[in-house]
Design a protein around this ligand. Structure first.
Ligand code: GDP
Ligand code: MG
Length: 248
């Protein structure tokens, strides 16, 4: 058992993956706050050639900050493939834990130590808005409903008992990422989070939810669109059928 799995941070390497598309107002303020949460943290920003120059901004920052990395992609390729690129980066470079978080301050970086602590006893830690003490703030009613109905739907179609399966604030253990067949993950929008949680659940690995307060973004715009919602609606049935046929 590695030192960090016994509850110490000795020799533990942690990568925080942050996907960005037009987040120049937030990302430069977010990076220092993430780095100060623990000395062993590093950051990988996966930017999809944001027209607002987010990538160039991070690139300049990374020149003097060895703990900050940038993965540039040529065009907007979606959240799911951005995370898969981050997972591959982490596996190739031997990180022990991989966090996922949004760039827009909806996920409070000061919660990171709680994720690291919970990961000592779990393979996947999910920051949950829908367990006791979890909540959302300033989110329009339309978004709250969509999120809660989405979770209800995910539960009904897949049978999975995760309360916040669409949450994008998470921490994965390396051993879990090694067991996930990254080539087979086919969802790209919000369905990506549900698909990964479902695959982890089917593998019988330990999922733990910890409460978070999700605060709506104060700068920039949401990238949610109708296509992403439709994708989630039909992909879950595909997942369920694949699972029934033992072909996940
Ligand atoms: N690289 C990349 N990042 C994305 C893409 N779509 C969304 N993001 C990022 O994913 C995070 C969550 O997206 P956001 O629009 O805030 O979703 P919302 O909070 O549900 O409205 C943010 O950091 C976005 O910049 C994409 O296609 N590519
Ligand atoms: Mg957001």
């Amino acid at each position: 058992m590695a030192g960090w799995e016994k509850g110490t941070s000795a020799n533990r390497r942690v990568l925080v993956v942050i996907p960005t598309y037009n987040e120049c107002d937030s990302i430069i303020r977010l990076i220092p706050l993430v780095l100060e949460q623990a000395p062993e943290l590093e950051i990988l920003v996966v930017d999809d050639n944001s027209p607002d120059g987010t990538g160039a901004l991070v690139e300049r920052f990374a020149e003097t900050a060895p703990r900050v990395h940038l993965h540039k992609r040529g065009r907007k390729l979606g959240l799911g493939t951005a995370y898969v690129a981050g997972f591959r980066f982490a596996l190739e470079r031997d990180y022990d834990l991989v966090l996922e978080m949004d760039a827009d301050f909806s996920h409070d970086p000061r919660e990171i130590p709680r994720f690291l602590e919970a990961a000592v006893e779990a393979d996947l830690v999910i920051g949950s808005r829908y367990i006791s003490e979890g909540n959302t703030r300033n989110w329009p009613l339309r978004r709250r409903l969509l999120s809660q109905l989405g979770n209800l739907y995910a539960h009904m179609v897949t049978g999975m008992s995760v309360r916040d399966a669409t949450s994008g604030y998470r921490c994965y253990r390396r051993s879990l990422l090694q067991r996930l067949n990254l080539d087979r993950i086919s969802s790209n929008g919000y369905a990506f989070q549900i698909e990964v949680a479902f695959r982890v659940w089917k593998l019988g690995l330990r999922i733990r939810e910890i409460p978070i307060l999700f605060v709506d973004r104060v700068a920039g715009q949401s990238k949610l669109d109708r296509r992403i919602v439709w994708e989630a609606l039909w992909r879950l049935w595909r997942l369920r059928l694949l699972s029934l046929a033992h072909r996940l």
